[in-house]
Design a protein around this ligand. Structure first.
Ligand SMILES: [Zn+2]
Length: 242
């Protein structure tokens, strides 16, 4: 999981400032063909890319509606997949259109045309890891995870089809999803924790932020190794700046 954070502080939902004790997780998908996170998350932090329409959700009423979720999964400007946390996890979100707002963390997976198997597999995997991470944080299990359409059937969410209009096109459903989160949680029981791949170590934080601000590094994958060719690119960026 590539977990980033950009809290939507201008959204009315954030300003409402209500807290919940998370008892479950609700999986949504956006219902629009646009896999890029910048459509929903902004302003540009260098990784997201610029949204020329400025219609992201960091405004009081995005698309004229009262809505906000805890996270989005989709593409960065470089085409790789990331998760953006957009509300504190224990903030009361406006995602379910029903009572689930009082109990569930809600996140959106950015839809594309729904036919790209590679994109689907990547965001599905990212969502599994996000759910495992949240289960671990809040003492939940895979059984506490539902999608929006399941919430509607249970009477705790508005009538929407997500994500069951999409997952089955690629041989998946919410049962396969929960099974994969369970597997992930079992892996973690050995004492491992879901590492926030995108959080640098405390001793490196200052230098990391500096290198990102100076444009020497792109601010992703702080724990990965550096290849000789990547090193050459960084050297050239440094010299070109002088
Ligand atoms: Zn939904």
């Amino acid at each position: 999981m590539n977990l980033q954070k950009l809290i939507l502080t201008k959204n009315d939902c954030y300003k409402a400032g209500r807290k919940i004790k998370p008892r479950g997780i609700m999986v949504h998908s956006t219902g629009a063909n646009n896999p890029y996170l910048r459509r929903y998350v902004g302003p540009d932090d260098g990784l997201l890319g610029h949204n020329p329409y400025n219609n992201h959700w960091n405004q009081p009423r995005p698309d004229g509606q009262q809505k906000c979720v805890h996270a989005f999964i989709g593409k960065l400007k470089n085409g790789t997949i990331a998760t953006y946390q957009t509300l504190p996890w224990d903030h009361r979100g406006w995602h379910a259109g029903g009572k689930a707002n009082d109990t569930h963390i809600g996140f959106e997976i950015c839809e594309d045309s729904l036919t790209d198997r590679n994109y689907f597999n990547a965001v599905y995997r990212e969502a599994v890891e996000l759910c495992a991470y949240l289960c671990q944080q809040f003492g939940l299990t895979e059984k506490d995870i539902i999608c929006h359409s399941e919430g509607a059937k249970m009477g705790i969410a508005s009538k929407h089809a997500d994500v069951m209009h999409w997952f089955p096109k690629h041989g998946k459903n919410m049962d396969t999803f929960r099974a994969e989160v369970k597997k992930e949680l079992e892996k973690l029981k050995g004492g491992a924790t879901v590492t926030e791949k995108n959080v640098p170590s405390s001793w490196a934080k200052e230098a990391w932020e500096w290198a990102k601000k100076e444009g020497l590094l792109d601010g992703t994958r702080p724990k990965d190794g550096l290849t000789r060719e990547e090193f050459a690119v960084v050297l050239k960026r440094l010299v070109d700046k002088k």
